[in-house]
Design a protein around this ligand. Sequence first.
Ligand code: ATP
Ligand code: MG
Length: 322
Amino acid sequence: MKLLEVKNLKVFFPIKDKLFGKPTKFVKAVNNVSFEVEKGEIFSIVGESGSGKSTIALALMGIHERNGGSIIFNGAEVNQEDFKTLRRKIQIVFQDPDSSLDPRKRIKEIIAEGLRVHRVGDKAFIDEKVRDIVEKVGLTVDTLRKYPHELSGGQKQRVGIARALVLEPELIILDEPTASLDVSIQAQILNLLVDLQEALGLTYILITHDLKLVEHISDRTLVMYLGKVMEMGETKQIMNKPLHPYTKALIDSVPVPNPEKRNENEEILTGEIPSPLNPPEGCPFKTRCKYRMELCSKEPKSIKLENRVVFCHLYESKNLEV
Ligand SMILES: Nc1ncnc2c1ncn2[C@@H]1O[C@H](COP(=O)(O)OP(=O)(O)OP(=O)(O)O)[C@@H](O)[C@H]1O
Ligand SMILES: [Mg+2]
């Protein structure tokens, strides 16, 4: 069953010339992005820095107003004013627990805040719920008395997860949930997230740079570049046989223990990402793509191929087998 449908989502940020000048340009951070998330799945969004991943997350939370497109949650169209009530159902875990946890509040207050804001139950109910959730994320009840600075990075991220889970949301967005943690702690937090997903039947949108992680835990993947979709489909298929040259380059660019053993067919990403203020016309990847052809100055269409969606002229013209 579909939990979320995003259709032609657009989020543009105005750039002002002078301090109070009129916006003259826009960063098209998310430009015509469509995808669906099934109940109970882990759906990944990957792409280099600045591709628009977090902007999608913030638009789904209602934090960024969208400039176009629709968001349908549980079959119902979501307007900007609906986000107040939807906040309970869609929660987010941010990358950096240090900046997302209020340093002046005790852990108990931080976790209970959502329940209070949404007036869920009386004090006894909230106390019970908070104790229950803190144990579910692998912390002891005495953590509740502490302040964020008294906890380790991993413990703080567990609090971030508890805070998201306490409202029993239907969708949890994980925006680089382990990127700020020590490598040794990353695996623990990931295992916790996977265990919770299985035990509670949760649905995740996982935003990450880490393709190994995506391959390991996610069902389907959306590959983004400069605000646009490049390819989307089942994670296994995408990883085993990427269709879009960008996806292939992204996969080939994952560091390997022994770089000398790289296969000569690998296409490591080179060159800079163009400025988002002045993206290439047509396919945004054309300036870095070795298959570039004249057609690429035109907007690629959405092509359904091998059980996935790919935006690339190579398949439109069928000039080349990749
Ligand atoms: N509030 C904002 N105002 C202006 N531009 C913004 C704003 N937020 C994001 N952008 C721009 O939108 C584009 C997409 O940013 P976004 O943070 O969504 O990328 P990302 O894929 O999450 O990158 P990262 O992997 O570095 O987190 C970037 O060019 C960024 O500079
Ligand atoms: Mg981001």
